[in-house]
Design a protein around this ligand. Structure first.
Ligand code: SF4
Ligand code: SF4
Length: 137
């Protein structure tokens, strides 16, 4: 097996710029666990949550956006209003398989996210845990 490029770890500390929450056409995919957690956080039923905040994109359940493309839970001055209950996709960024596939992809993504390559050093072991949804950033 090829050696992982992040064997000495990778740095990441979100600076809260909100760029990843305001990508036009960006999709936040929801897992069942996300739906449960968010509905509980918002004190509404699962059905109401699905109706009010989500829609289907092909076969997947995703968060709604505002007309300008911003995530429905993003506010310009305060950021994510469901931060402690945010979906796994948001909790695990940027330690996604699709980004960790190579150093080139990691560095390319870092040109869009200023929190990558700065701040907290995550060990390779921690990165694997995050990747597998067993730990948050
Ligand atoms: S783009 Fe990066 S630094 Fe900005 S909010 Fe998203 S994760 Fe945080
Ligand atoms: S749920 Fe929160 S962290 Fe995730 S994209 Fe929306 S505003 Fe950003």
């Amino acid at each position: 097996m090829a050696e992982i490029f992040y064997k000495d770890g990778l740095r990441f500390s979100c600076i809260g710029c909100g760029k990843c929450c305001t990508i036009e056409d960006g999709l936040v995919y929801l897992r069942d666990k996300d739906i449960e957690r968010l509905a509980k956080f918002l004190h509404i039923s699962r059905e109401n949550f699905l109706k009010k905040y989500t829609h289907r994109e092909n076969k997947h359940r995703v968060l709604n956006d505002f007309p300008n493309g911003n995530c429905i839970f993003h506010r310009p001055n305060t950021g994510c209003v469901v931060y402690s209950a945010r979906p796994i996709q948001c909790r695990t960024f940027p330690f996604w398989d699709s980004i960790l596939v190579s150093k080139q992809v990691w560095e390319y993504t870092a040109t869009e996210c200023q929190g990558m390559n700065i701040g907290r050093l995550y060990s390779a072991e921690e990165i694997e845990k995050i990747k597998n949804g067993k730990m948050d950033t």
